[in-house]
Ligand binder design. Structure first.
Ligand code: ADP
Length: 935
C-alpha cells in the first residue's frame, strides 16, 4: 500500500533592497519558526495519517471485497486493495505497471463510454447511496469478464461535488453467464411460443395471466402488457364480447374442476370481415400432488379449415341436390355393401326412408352380387321389376358400376331408370309388329286360300278345256293370279326382313357365274325393249366366296329389272370389281348402270325407303310397289354391305353396292337337280284330307282322284280325329285354319294320343307362308308342309315323297291335255354355260320362267287382240330369247314363225292360233319346272 505525498508549491523571488533584506530576514526567521512549528505539526499529522493509512489499509485487507478509491479529478485510483488484484486475477507486480489508471486501462471500450453516465448518476445520487454498474474488465488471461462495481462518493470538494469515489468490484461473470443463459432460454422458449401458429396464454388457478404469446397479445386492444391481469381484464384487453368471455370462464372452470383438457370451437364476428373460427383448449398442468398449478390456454385459427369444410359441405350438398333432383333412383355402396349415398327415389323404390336406408346393407342375395361386382370391377346392366308402394309393378333398367375413390376404396354406383312406360311402348310395338305379322299371315292366308282354288281349278279346267278360247281364258286367269302372288311374296319378303327373320345361307359360290347368269336370264326383258344388257366382270376370275348366292341374285334381279323398266333406249350394264382385300375377306363392288329416266338427287334417299318411289306417277306409269330397293338395301346391309346411287335425270342411273365375302377354299356348291318322277306313283294310297274350304276340298279331292288315290274328307280337326281314330291312312293332308279344332291342335293330338295314325305322315296345307309358322308346324308334329296355292305337281310330289313312292327314277310325268301322261317338250340348260351346273342358279332360272313367261304370253295375246304390233314385236323378241336360253326348241320355232307373220302381215286369228300352241308348250314346261322346284 502507498500514499502519494502532497507536493508544496515553490515561489521564486526577485532581487530585493537592504531594508527589504532585513525585512526579509525577519520574515525568514518568522517563517523558519513557523516551519519548525509546522514541522512538528506535520509530524503529528504524518503520524495521524500513517495511523489512518494503517487503519484503512487494515480495513481494506479485512473487507472481503475488492476496493478502490478513485479520483474523479485525476481519473486515477488513489487506492486499490490486494483483493482487487485477486479478483482481477493479476499478480500485484504485473498490475503495478498499470497503476494509477488500472481500471480504465482494463475496461472494455464500450463500458468506458458508459462511465460518464455512471458518474453523473453518482453526482445525482443522495449522499451515501451507492450506484452500481456492470462492466467488462480484461483479466490476466486476456479475456473479458463481467464485474459489478458499486461506487459511493468518498470525498467531496469545498462545493460538495464528488471528488473521490470509494468503489467495490465484484466478479459477476458466473452470475452473468447464468443470467444470460436464463435469458437465452427464456428467449428460446418465448420464441417458440411466439412462433407457434397458435394463441397461447398461461393462467394461474386464480385466473391471473402469467404469460401470453405474441399472437395472443397482438389481439389486445392496446399494446399494454396483459401479463399479470385478471381474467376479466384479459378478456377486456382482447376485446371479447360477453358471450365469449363467459364461455371461456366456463371452460376454464371446467378444466380446473375436472383437471382434464377442454376443447371447443367458436366463431367470433369481426367488424367488416367474415367471422373467424377458432379451436380453443384449456390444458390444466397438474403437479405431483395432483394439484392444478396453472392452465395453458390454446387457440388455433381454423377459419381456413372451416371455409374448406364449408366448401366441401356445399359441394356435398350440391352433389346431394343433383342426385336428389334426379328422378332416377341412385345409390352408392361402400366396399362392405353399406349404402353411403342415395336419393329419395332410391329409398322410395325400396319402401324405406332415407334414414333407414343409409348405413345399412343390401339384402343378402343382392349384396352377394354387389360384392362380387365390386371385386370384379365389371359393370352390368339389367332389367328388374319392383312393386311400387301403391302395389303397381314397375320395370327398371338398372346399371351397376364399380368405381374407385381418391382414397383407393372401391364403391358401387347403382342407377336405375324407370322403363315401365318404355316397356309398355315396347310391348305395344311388339304387339303391333305381331299384329302386323298376324295381319300379313292372315292376308296371305286369305288371298292364298281362294287363290289355291282359283289356280287349281283353272288348271283342272284347262285339262278339260274343249275350245282354244277356254284354254286362253284360263291362261289369263292363271297369269293374273301369279302376278298377284308375286306382289304377296314381295310384301311377305319385306315383312320378313323388317322383323329380322331373314336367314342368310353361307355356301361357297361363284359370284361371276351369278352375275353372268342373272344378266342372261333377264336378257329377254332387255331385248323386248331393244336394250343392250351386258355383264362385265373386271377382275375375272373372281375368287370363290362364301355367302348367299340366292340373295345376291335377288338383289341383282331387282336392280336389273328396275334398270330395264326405267330405260326406254340404250343399254344396261352390270359390272363387278374387287374393291379391296381385307384379311381373308374380299370386298366386291357391283354396279348396275342404265341410260334411263334417271332420278333427281333429292330423291336418292327416298327410293331406298319402303314404298318409296321417286315420283308419284311412277306406279301409274311403271307399276311396282316401291318395295324392291328397300328389300335390296336390307338384304345388302344384312350381309355387311352398303348400297348407294348416282344419277342424273334424263341421262341414267348407276346403282352401286358393295359386299364383303370370306374367300372360300372350297369349290362352289352345285346342287344336284332332282330326278323326275313317274306318273301313277300314288295309285292305291289312302289319304285323309282335312280341309274346311269347300272349293279347296273339291280341288284336292279331284286331284287325288285323278291320281287314283282313295281320299276321305274331314272338314275340321275334331272330325279328323274321329275319322283317324277309326282306320289307318297312308298320309293325312291337314289344313291349318279350321273351325272348332285347327290343324295344329289336331296334329298335336294325333301324335300324342294312341290311334292308328300316330305315325302317319301329316302334311300341313297352309296359306301362311311365314317361316315362323312353318317352323311351328314341324314342332307340332307335322311331317311336311305345302304352301297354298300349291301346284298339283307339288301336291303329287309331296305325297310321293312322304309315302316312299318317289324312289323310282322315271321319265317326267307330264299330262297330255286331258291325260296325265302327255310327253314333255324338250328343254336344257347347256345354253347357260358353266352355270348349267349351278343347281341354285338353274332353279332360279326355272322360277323366273314360271313367274314371267306365262304372264308375257298373256300380254302378247292382249297386244294381238288390240292389234298393238310394236308391243307384240317387243314381247316376241323377249320370249324368243328366253325359249332360246332354256333350249325349248319347239316354242322357239313357233316364236320365230310368229315373228315372221308379225313382220310380214300380222293377222290376229293366225297369231292367236299360234299363240295357243306356244302357250300349251309353255304350260307343259312350267308344270315340269314347278315339280322340280318343289324339291
Ligand atoms: P318399284 O320399282 O316397285 O316402284 P323399287 O323400290 O324397286 O320399287 O324402286 C323405287 C323407286 O325408285 C321406283 O319407283 C323409281 O321411282 C325409282 N327407281 C328405281 N330404279 C330406278 C332406275 N334404274 N331408274 C330410275 N328410277 C329408278
Amino acid at each position: 500500500m502507498e500514499i502519494n505525498p502532497t507536493t508544496e508549491a515553490k515561489e521564486l523571488r526577485p532581487r530585493a533592497t537592504r531594508a527589504e533584506n532585513r525585512a526579509l530576514r525577519g520574515r525568514v526567521a518568522q517563517l523558519e519558526a513557523r516551519l519548525r512549528e509546522e514541522g512538528s505539526l506535520r509530524g503529528e499529522l504524518r503520524e495521524q495519517l500513517a495511523q489512518r493509512q494503517t487503519f484503512i489499509s487494515q480495513l481494506a485487507k479485512a473487507v472481503p471485497a475488492a476496493l478502490y478509491i478513485y479520483s474523479l479529478a485525476t481519473k486515477t485510483e488513489v487506492f486499490l486493495n490486494d483483493r482487487l488484484y485477486q479478483v482481477l486475477q493479476y499478480p500485484s507486480d504485473e498490475i503495478g505497471q498499470l497503476k494509477p489508471c488500472l481500471l480504465e486501462a482494463l475496461m472494455h471500450p464500450y463500458d468506458k463510454r458508459r462511465l460518464p453516465m455512471h458518474h453523473e448518476k453518482l453526482r445525482n445520487a443522495p449522499a451515501g447511496s451507492p450506484v452500481q454498474m456492470e462492466l467488462r474488465l480484461r483479466v490476466q488471461n486476456g479475456q473479458w469478464k463481467w464485474f459489478r462495481v458499486q461506487d459511493t462518493v468518498f470525498t467531496r470538494d469545498a462545493h460538495g461535488s464528488p471528488e473521490q469515489l470509494l468503489g467495490t468490484i465484484q466478479d459477476i461473470n458466473d452470475e452473468k453467464d447464468f443470467t444470460e443463459k436464463l435469458i437465452g432460454q427464456k428467449e428460446f422458449y418465448e420464441n417458440i411460443l411466439n412462433n407457434i401458429p397458435a394463441r397461447i396464454s398461461v393462467f394461474d388457478v386464480e385466473q391471473t395471466c402469467l404469460f401470453v404469446n405474441q399472437r395472443e397479445a397482438a389481439r389486445a386492444a392496446e399494446s399494454q402488457s396483459i401479463v399479470g391481469d385478471s381474467y376479466a381484464a384479459y378478456c377486456q384487453a382482447l376485446q371479447w364480447d360477453e358471450a365469449t368471455a363467459t364461455r371461456h370462464q366456463q371452460q376454464f372452470r371446467q378444466a380446473l374442476a375436472t383437471r382434464q383438457e377442454v376443447t371447443w370451437e367458436e366463431a367470433q364476428a369481426t367488424a367488416n370481415h367474415a367471422p373467424t373460427h377458432s379451436l380453443r383448449k384449456f390444458y390444466p398442468v397438474v403437479n405431483e400432488r395432483e394439484q392444478v398449478t396453472y392452465l395453458i390456454g390454446y387457440g388455433v385459427d381454423i377459419t381456413q379449415r372451416k371455409q374448406i369444410e364449408q366448401q366441401l359441405a356445399d359441394q356435398q350438398e350440391f352433389v346431394r341436390q343433383v342426385i336428389e333432383a334426379n328422378p332416377n333412383p341412385i345409390c352408392v355402396q361402400d366396399e362392405a355393401g353399406h349404402f353411403i349415398l342415395a336419393n329419395d327415389a332410391y329409398a322410395e323404390l325400396h319402401h324405406l326412408t332415407m334414414a333407414e336406408l343409409l348405413g345399412r346393407k343390401a339384402p343378402a342375395i343382392s349384396l352377394e352380387h354387389d360384392l362380387a361386382l365390386l371385386d370384379s370391377g365389371a359393370s352390368i346392366s339389367f332389367e328388374v321389376q319392383h312393386s311400387r308402394r301403391d302395389g303397381q309393378e314397375a320395370w327398371y333398367h338398372t346399371t351397376k358400376k364399380p368405381f374407385t375413390r381418391p382414397d383407393g376404396t372401391r364403391c358401387l354406383l347403382t342407377i336405375a331408370a324407370d322403363i315401365t312406360d318404355l316397356n309398355r311402348a315396347r310391348v305395344a310395338a311388339e304387339d303391333s309388329v305381331r299384329a302386323k305379322e298376324i295381319f300379313l299371315a292372315n292376308m296371305s292366308h286369305e288371298i292364298r286360300t281362294p287363290m289355291n282354288g282359283i289356280v287349281g281349278l283353272s288348271r283342272l279346267m284347262k285339262k278339260q278345256a274343249t275350245t282354244p278360247e277356254q284354254g286362253e281364258y284360263l291362261d289369263l286367269i292363271l297369269s293374273n293370279a301369279e302376278s298377284l302372288l308375286v306382289v304377296i311374296n314381295d310384301i311377305l319378303d319385306f315383312a320378313k326382313i323388317e322383323s329380322g327373320k331373314v336367314e342368310l345361307e353361307t355356301i361357297p359360290f361363284d359370284v361371276a357365274a351369278i352375275v353372268h347368269g342373272t344378266t342372261k336370264s333377264l336378257a329377254f326383258l332387255a331385248e323386248a325393249k331393244g336394250l343392250l344388257l351386258q355383264a362385265e366382270v373386271h377382275d375375272d376370275p373372281l375368287p370363290i366366296v362364301e355367302g348367299d348366292p340366292v340373295r345376291l341374285n335377288q338383289v341383282l334381279v331387282n336392280l336389273i329389272n328396275n334398270a330395264i323398266k326405267f330405260t326406254s333406249a340404250g343399254e344396261v350394264t352390270v359390272t363387278v370389281d374387287v374393291s379391296h382385300h381385307e384379311a381373308d375377306l374380299v370386298h366386291l363392288q357391283f354396279c348396275v348402270e342404265d341410260t334411263g329416266i334417271g332420278i333427281s338427287a333429292d330423291k336418292f334417299d327416298r327410293v331406298f325407303k319402303s314404298f318409296g318411289q321417286a315420283n308419284s306417277s311412277t306406279s301409274r306409269l311403271y307399276g311396282g310397289t316401291g318395295l324392291g330397293l328397300a328389300i335390296c338395301k336390307n338384304l345388302i346391309e344384312l350381309q355387311g354391305g352398303r348400297i348407294w346411287l348416282d344419277s342424273l335425270p334424263g341421262q341414267g342411273s348407276r346403282f352401286y353396292f358393295n359386299l364383303p365375302f370370306p374367300v372360300s377354299t372350297q369349290a362352289p356348291l352345285v346342287r344336284e337337280a332332282p330326278l323326275p318322277l313317274a306318273a301313277g306313283l300314288l295309285q292305291g294310297l289312302r289319304v285323309l284330307l282335312v280341309e274346311d274350304n269347300p272349293v279347296n276340298t273339291f280341288l284336292a279331292r279331284a286331284l287325288l282322284q285323278s291320281w287314283e288315290v282313295e281320299a276321305d274328307v274331314a272338314s275340321d280337326g275334331e272330325q279328323a280325329l274321329a275319322i283317324a281314330d277309326a282306320s289307318p291312312y297312308d298320309l293325312i293332308l291337314m289344313d291349318i285354319q279350321m273351325p272348332r279344332m285347327n290343324g295344329l291342335e289336331a296334329t298335336e293330338q294325333l301324335r300324342r294320343l294312341p290311334n292308328p295314325n300316330q305315325q302317319t305322315p301329316i302334311i300341313a296345307l297352309t296359306a301362311n307362308a311365314m317361316k315362323s309358322d312353318l317352323d311351328s308346324y314341324t314342332q307340332a308334329g307335322f311331317t311336311d308342309c305345302l304352301v297354298k296355292p300349291y301346284h298339283e305337281n307339288s301336291l303329287y310330289l309331296t305325297i310321293a315323297r312322304n309315302t316312299g313312292r318317289d324312289v323310282v327314277p322315271a321319265p317326267l310325268p307330264m299330262p297330255e291335255p286331258g291325260s296325265p301322261t302327255q310327253s314333255v317338250p324338250s328343254y336344257g340348260f347347256e345354253g347357260l354355260g358353266r352355270l348349267a351346273h349351278d343347281a341354285s342358279f338353274v332353279r332360279k332360272m326355272q322360277q323366273l320362267f314360271v313367274d314371267t313367261v306365262p304372264r308375257q304370253l298373256v300380254q302378247l295375246r292382249e297386244a294381238v287382240l288390240l292389234h298393238d304390233w310394236p308391243a307384240a314385236t317387243l314381247l316376241v323378241h323377249a320370249l324368243k330369247s328366253t325359249y332360246g336360253n332354256l333350249q325349248i326348241d319347239e316354242a322357239q320355232r313357233y316364236m320365230k314363225k310368229f315373228e315372221e307373220i308379225l313382220k310380214k302381215n300380222p293377222e290376229a286369228a293366225m297369231l292367236l292360233n299360234l299363240l295357243r300352241t306356244i302357250s300349251r308348250v309353255t304350260t307343259q314346261i312350267t308344270d315340269v319346272f314347278n315339280i322340280q322346284l318343289c324339291y
